[in-house]
Design a protein around this ligand. Sequence first.
Ligand code: GLU
Length: 480
Amino acid sequence: MIDNGVVRTRMAPSPTGELHIGGLRTLLYDYALAKKNKGQFILRIEDTDQKRLVPGSQDRILQVIKDYGLSWDEGPDIGGSYGPYIQTQRLEIYQKYIKELLNKGLAYRCFCTEDRLTKMRETQKASKQVPRYDQHCLHLTPEEIQKNLENKIPYTIRMTIPRNQTIVFEDLIRGKIKFNTNDIDDQVLIKSNGIPTYHFAVVVDDHLMKITHVFRGEEWLTSAPKHLLLYQYFGWEPPLFAHLTVLLNPDGKGKLSKRTGSTHARAFLDEGYLPEAMLNFLMLLGWNPGDDREFFTLDEFVQSFSLDHLHKKSPIFDRKKLDYLNGYYLRKKTNQELFELFKKYLPKSTDDQLEILIPVLKERIVKLSDLTTQTKFLFENIEYEKELLLKKGTDSSLAIDILTKTKNLILGLNSFNFEILQTSLMNLISTNNWNVGEFFMVFRVAICGSAFTPPVVECLPALGQEKTIEKLSIAINKLS
Ligand code: GLU
């Protein structure tokens, strides 16, 4: 259905929560296909499932997409020629089209009560049948229907599914797919409150919005035959479908889940993953460039994207790979670019402290939120056991000697910068014949309250002379 050669793709999130990271991947592929072909990418809000709506979620979804540096050509906030772009604002449109199906006998009113439907399903389950609507209302006479309408009996509208027909379509990723209509339920298209279900609204909207390619999750694959039948009923040409693979947990066990960490697009930003790193990671999670390139800016991805390199196999959401990419993009940034980012994660730092910390820490963090833990000692005295000071088997009296002499040295310094500190400490170590490793373990624990820390001497100027002395005194007291 490529009208005048214009590729139009869409992302159609439901405002039922946060945007899942898998949704962001779908969106990225939609975006790339449209941009590569100089087409349009559309954002549509699918809010027909009113029970599941989460207040504020629509705005948050739009915002997080923008925060990842992506945009749309038509959508709820900016409009476009095929709006409105929020499904509950399109109810009259769906009414018009459902009437067409009713008139053609391709949809029918179902007056069955919830109670009857539940009993029917239970009976079917008990006799090991696949639960599905028994088409009771398909066989109502026009008089019965009329009477029910006059009596204002609530009804849904279901699509009529023919029996024993094969529906075949060519999925862009999975190739030829066949379904038998005997496995398809007479799907409700309009609920009793007059609002369409996803299945009806998605078809009407994709058609009216002239969508040419639909990327969506694998979970929608079994819905495809219903949608294709609807296209047939209306005499419309369907878009091309690409049902993307699901993302798997890093251990390969099951769908990506909270068990192994964040799953929402927003959470990754909050943790301090850079948008460009996450997008680069997602680009390769279901697609490859056909060679071994692994770094792509968004523009480069758009230029390289093609439908023939989409993966059939579910990818593992390899968080280590994501960390690696994030490190790469972090270290590519200039210290000046990092300033605002660091500031956000270290709100208690002064600008001078940030200037000192950026070059030291940018090499050592995986994601920006690591900064908070790595620099905690700058803003508070960390509790630790005195044994930690002696971790390298250092004698308590030697540790006291190390800490006292170091404290005296620092007390006497007129300037407190890295070079001076490094030279004076190294001199102190050699004058006293201390073991360098032992010295630094005692010193590190005294300053940072931990044996694993960023380079301690480099951080001292950010800690300041007074605080350094205070921490050394605390350590001496612990041992005395
Ligand atoms: N509203 C659906 C969802 O939230 C979109 C499915 C589709 O892209 O067709 O997943």
